[in-house]
Ligand binder design. Structure first.
Ligand SMILES: [Zn+2]
Length: 409
């Protein structure tokens, strides 16, 4: 490492504010957040703003067939950063947006300083990272690295029934850059932690070692709808009971298997009335672990439980996989680079795995990759109350700047 560089923090914050102003929502205490679901009008407006900034910096902007956008300083294998600008319906201002806008800031700062680098720099934003409208999540980055075919991705149906390819056409983001992309020289993503570990351990920066494996499934239960007063308990085939039993089983798995997380995040009952045994239920199950073998064990135990439950309650239960990603380990040299750069800048830094999925885990399939985490106050995320202090934002962006410049020299 030569001399240490610093980003322009007020310029970065001005861009974060401007992007957040496109699709504002407010939390319980008036905290400003974002609702920018993938490929909606709001997403288009956010994309248009970021692409305008990319062009204003004189970057070469390309859009691929699934709507991923990449802006580079020149041809050839780049030192790339990037993240996403889609959000969940109750999104914060920093999740994803920080990584993209810090990448722009890095490129602007390098130009301002007149640094001559051997490799081009690039910043990308990837389509539908959140998975809040289309599944799987991280869909754009998965297509960019060849993990999912373009046609299959375009045929994905949104929770509102829209087809992904049609929505891309509608908002004007179906581009011609072929997928999979040519591999970058290296990829590093800056992201808020979205968890409480850095704050509780007293660290400013996280050098991310990898990403947990994720298993998402949708469970549909069909039983016998009937009168709540006249149907004897022994004759019931109750989807609501089965859904509740599944939620309890998910908690049991998470509390018995090492490092296992388990969440039932969504339950729908039909017809959802006080005096009716439901006809059907559907729910989602989210299982995560950094250990693939244990994650598989959780999936197997869950499947066996569901089969036994269907038999015992006399309901039919079907399961549909929504997403499945194995745990990812980032490149050892890249992790060390983030760690030493943060330390050289005078920031406290710890190594930790990511609890959430990120675009970087897809890029890790094709090039040396790591991530930089900044502190998330109280670990709150996917909530307008998500907050990272200006000092921590600047710290994370400074690490990104120096890591990218060193990789590109
Ligand atoms: Zn994110």
């Amino acid at each position: 490492m030569t001399e240490l560089l610093h980003i322009n923090a007020s310029r970065l914050h001005a861009r974060i504010d401007a992007l957040a102003a496109i699709s504002p929502i407010f939390g319980a205490q008036g905290e400003p957040g974002n609702a920018r679901l993938a490929l909606t009008d709001e997403d288009r407006d956010g994309r248009d703003l970021v692409v305008t900034w990319m062009r204003d910096l004189g970057l070469h902007v390309e859009i691929d067939g699934v709507g991923n956008v990449v802006a580079s300083t020149g041809p050839g294998a780049s030192v790339m950063t990037g993240s996403h600008i889609d959000t969940v319906r109750t999104g914060g201002r920093f999740d994803g947006n920080l990584g993209v806008l810090a990448g722009l800031e890095v490129i602007e700062r390098v130009a301002e300083l007149g640094l001559i680098l051997a490799r081009p720099l690039a910043v990308a934003f990837f389509t539908n990272e959140e998975g809040a409208r289309f599944q799987p999540d991280m869909l754009g980055s998965l297509v960019a690295v060849g993990g999912l075919g373009l046609e299959e991705a375009l045929d994905t149906t949104a929770i509102d029934g829209a087809r992904l390819g049609d929505e891309l056409d509608r908002i004007g983001y179906a581009g011609g850059l072929p997928c999979p992309w040519a591999a970058p020289h290296a990829f590093v993503e800056l992201h808020v932690e979205q968890g409480p570990v850095l704050e509780s351990e007293g660290f400013t920066i996280g050098a991310v070692t990898g990403v947990q494996g994720i298993s998402w499934q949708e469970v549909t239960i069909v039983g016998q709808s009937n009168h709540a007063g006249t149907t004897p308990m022994r004759l019931r085939h109750d989807p609501a009971y089965a859904a509740a039993a599944i939620a309890v089983e998910v908690r049991r798995l998470a509390s018995t298997l090492p490092g296992q997380l388990g969440t039932v995040g969504k339950i729908d009952l039909t017809p959802n009335l006080i005096n009716v045994v439901p006809a059907s239920a559907s729910l989602t199950v989210d299982l995560r672990n950094t250990d693939e073998a244990i994650l598989q064990r959780a999936e197997h135990e869950f499947a066996a439980f569901v089969d036994a439950l269907a038999e015992a309650e006399g309901v039919t239960i079907s399961r549909r996989r929504l997403a499945r990603f194995e745990p990812v380990e980032f490149d050892a040299e890249m992790i060390a680079r983030v760690e030493t750069t943060a330390a050289a800048l005078g920031h406290s830094v710890m190594r930790l795995p990511s609890g959430a999925g990120h675009d970087a885990q897809m890029l890790a399939r094709v090039c040396p990759t790591s991530m930089i985490f900044t502190n998330s106050v109280k670990g709150i995320s996917h909530n307008p109350a998500e907050y990272t202090s200006p000092d921590d934002i600047a710290a994370g962006a400074d690490v990104l700047l120096n890591v990218m410049v060193d990789l590109a020299r």
